[in-house]
Design a protein around this ligand. Structure first.
Ligand code: FPP
Length: 243
């Protein structure tokens, strides 16, 4: 498993680099970033939003078709109420401050996960943002909100069981029921901050994705770090079970 930065020089997406179509990121390390600076955890999340903006722009510039960001897991409700509130506040802030740029840049905003469990005003804000970018034809920015892969799979199984006889429930049928049904296949999952696990993120979709764990804390992740990750991806050999 490759760790950390792979080079100190900026690695730009050269013409011969294979650009992954769909990159997903587990944005971890906001709390530790803040702690190192003797700041409250909320300051780490705020810096995390700046990283979201930077990396979203960089992914667009590199020609990545879909970028999926794990912003709030279905397990994150276990955090103190104040921190959950802070994350919701930042999400509102991000949509309000960045939607115009995303719309102008032809980005299609999507959400995976059960975001309808959020407060009604936030649900309305998210629905409006999705609707306002739905007719765009450019890159997809997919935000995972109240997302958990096991719940996603269980919900898909329930819907299929209500509609199809057991023998017709196959991989393709399951795939078509997932929140990610119309997204490009997942190529690369990046987790920041040195932790090496998937934490209930895109478990089905990651079946043949390349996994990359980097030590960089999420608020420090930038265009160069993304380019490094893409360069590592370009050197991986994907065999999908073959030789
Ligand atoms: C993990 O860091 C990060 C999160 C649980 C939330 C990620 C959210 C953002 C970056 C901001 C909101 C997102 C958008 C799209 C506007 P951690 O708190 O678990 O860090 P730690 O492991 O160092 O404590």
């Amino acid at each position: 498993m490759e760790q950390g930065r792979v080079s100190t020089a900026p690695v730009l997406a050269a013409a011969d680099t294979t650009i992954p179509r769909h990159v997903a990121i587990i944005m971890d390390g906001n709390g530790r970033w803040a702690k190192r600076r003797h700041l409250p955890r909320a300051a780490g999340h705020k810096a995390g939003v700046d990283a979201v903006r930077r990396v979203t722009r960089a992914a667009r510039a590199m020609g990545i078709e879909a970028l999926t960001l794990y912003a709030f897991s279905s397990e994150n409700w276990r955090r103190p109420e104040e921190e959950v509130g802070e994350l919701m506040k930042l999400l509102r802030f991000f949509i309000r401050s960045d939607l115009a740029e995303l719309a102008r840049e032809n980005v299609r905003l999507r959400v995976i996960g059960d975001y309808r469990a959020f407060s009604p005003d936030l649900v309305a804000l998210i629905d409006d943002a999705i609707a306002r970018t739905a007719a765009n034809s450019g890159p997809l920015l997919v935000i995972a909100l109240n997302y958990g892969a096991q719940a996603e799979l269980a919900a898909a199984a329930r819907r299929l069981a209500a509609r199809l006889p057991a023998e017709r429930i196959d991989e393709a049928a399951i795939e078509a029921e997932l929140d990610t049904a119309d997204l490009p296949p997942l190529d690369l999952v990046i987790r920041t901050s040195g932790e090496q696990r998937l934490s209930n993120f895109l478990l089905w979709q990651a079946a043949y994705a390349e996994l990359l764990f980097v030590d960089t804390l999420w608020p420090d992740f930038d265009a160069e770090a993304l380019a490094d990750a893409v360069a590592v991806f370009g050197r991986r050999q994907r065999r999908y079970g073959g030789l």
